[in-house]
Design a protein. Structure first.
Length: 477
């Protein structure tokens, strides 16, 4: 009945039915759990039905991969579906642009040129600009040479100005290029030609682009450093700024070699002597291969020494031995030639193994002995100069290239132990020719026979011939 509470027996009946129902459900679930194979077992069971599928499945592809790959593809699809904004694109583009620092060297292209600035595209978000003092440093000629579209190297002075532009310098970049070139020349050891721009007390100044180089006086060639500082009337050196001393070199090109580079100290030292040695070494190899005995060349006397003279043939020096300087007897080369003198020489020999060149000056001059018989005869009295004294006699010069021997037995009527008892070098003596042998280049002389009566008739004959010659000369004049 409505409103009445259920009786105790009735509640017990309901609870029993609920308990039974619950237990049946648990039993059924347990039965299903026991009878149904596990999920993995079912999968492997279905796979075992087809052995071919198992063999063809890649070893690296597992069950978990197969289950997860659709999820990953879905995630990728969702990610790719996210919209990309313009801000994202601009941010990505700005991130990819280079970020410059002060002192960086960058390459760019000139996009415009005006009287007050030059704009250069250097790949940044804003153009690079060369303006103000940097333009003044360049000079009109350098600015005029630049054209729109030219690719240039620039140095970053400031990564961004108030307008966000990169401030650039072309002069510093050019200086950097010049220093790099100098370093390359130093490493390569190659000689270069440069014009002397000025001088000071220590040497001369040259320029390699915008880099200032210095050639010390000690590194100039002997020819160029030969001009010494002026001296006062008392003989003291007059102090000057070097311009007068090196005036003859300003504007002249010198062959130089870079011998020292110190960028930190802004120091560049060059040497003409070192460059000359390199060039001469190379040129000497070429000349030695080209020269042949008998060739006639022109050269310049470079050095004098006790045994001869060295002649510069244009890159290689050849030796003119003392005996090849002149036909007459020569004690020292300075008697017949001077340093710097231009001479013609004949190649006597070329030693390829020892790299030596033998030269002669006298071979290009008429040989006096070829006509000696026309000027001198046996019995003739002549004036001579004693040039050399030996134990067996004294040599006397009759003319340039012609010397005769006064044997010790022909010096005097008395017995002479040594020629210096009668004559000394440099003495002027009268001698009689007692023998002429042109083919052997020999003339015999005698002092003791000067007054020999046996030659009296011959002396009269020579005297008469001499008188006739004087008469002919007077009539001609």
């Amino acid at each position: 009945m409505a409103g009445q509470e259920p009786s105790e027996s009735t509640m017990e009946t309901v609870e029993a039915e609920e308990e039974l129902t619950t237990s049946d459900g648990v039993a059924e679930g347990a039965a299903e759990e026991v009878s149904a194979p596990p999920r993995e077992a079912r999968q492997f069971a279905s796979m075992s039905d087809d052995d071919d599928d198992i063999e063809e499945m890649p070893d690296h592809l597992g069950v978990e991969d197969a289950d997860e790959s659709p999820k990953e593809e879905a995630a990728d699809t969702e990610a790719s579906a996210e919209p990309v904004t313009m801000a994202d694109l601009m941010k990505e583009a700005l991130d990819e642009m280079p970020r410059y620092r002060r002192g960086d060297f960058v390459r760019g292209t000139i996009i415009s040129k005006a009287s007050d600035e030059i704009l250069i595209d250097v790949g940044a978000k804003s153009e690079g600009v060369v303006a103000g003092r940097e333009l003044e440093r360049m000079g009109p000629a350098a600015i005029e040479s630049l054209k729109e579209g030219d690719e240039v190297l620039a140095c970053v002075l400031r990564p961004a100005d108030r307008e966000g532009r990169v401030l650039l310098s072309l002069t510093r970049a050019q200086m950097e290029k010049d220093w790099r070139k100098v370093e390359q020349l130093f490493e390569a050891g190659e000689p270069i030609e440069r014009t002397v721009a000025g001088g000071n007390k220590g040497g001369v100044i040259v320029r390699l682009g915008r880099v200032r180089g210095f050639v010390p006086a000690s590194q100039l060639s002997r020819e160029h450093r030969g001009v010494m500082p002026p001296k006062s009337e008392t003989g003291e050196t007059v102090e000057d700024d070097g311009e007068d001393r090196w005036a003859h070199l300003i504007g002249k090109k010198l062959l130089l070699k870079v011998v020292e580079v110190d960028r930190r100290r802004n120091r560049l030292i060059l040497s003409e002597r070192a460059a000359g040695r390199e060039w001469r070494k190379h040129r000497k190899e070429e000349l030695i291969d080209e020269l042949r005995a008998g060739q006639v060349l022109e050269g310049r006397v470079s050095t004098l020494c006790s045994f001869g003279a060295f002649v510069d043939l244009g890159g290689a020096d050849g030796l003119v031995h003392l005996s090849e300087l002149a036909w007459q007897h020569v004690k020292h080369p300075r008697e017949v030639i001077q340093v710097g003198q231009e001479v013609k020489v004949q190649v006597l020999s070329v030693d390829h193994e020892r790299r030596r060149i033998g030269l002669s000056i006298k071979r290009l001059q008429p040989e006096p002995w070829e006509t000696v018989g026309d000027r001198f005869a046996t019995g003739q009295l002549v004036e001579a100069t004693v040039t050399k004294i030996t134990e067996f006699g004294a040599f006397a010069q009759l003319e340039d290239g012609i010397e005769g021997l006064i044997h010790v037995s022909e010096l005097s009527d008395r017995r002479v132990s040594h020629p210096n008892e009668v004559v000394q070098e440099g003495d002027k003596v009268t001698v009689r020719i007692i023998r002429v042998e042109p083919e052997r280049r020999r003339i015999g002389l005698s002092m003791k026979r000067v007054s020999d009566p046996d030659y009296l008739g011959m002396d009269w004959q020579f005297a008469e011939e001499l008188d006739d010659w004087d008469v002919d000369l007077n009539l001609t004049n």
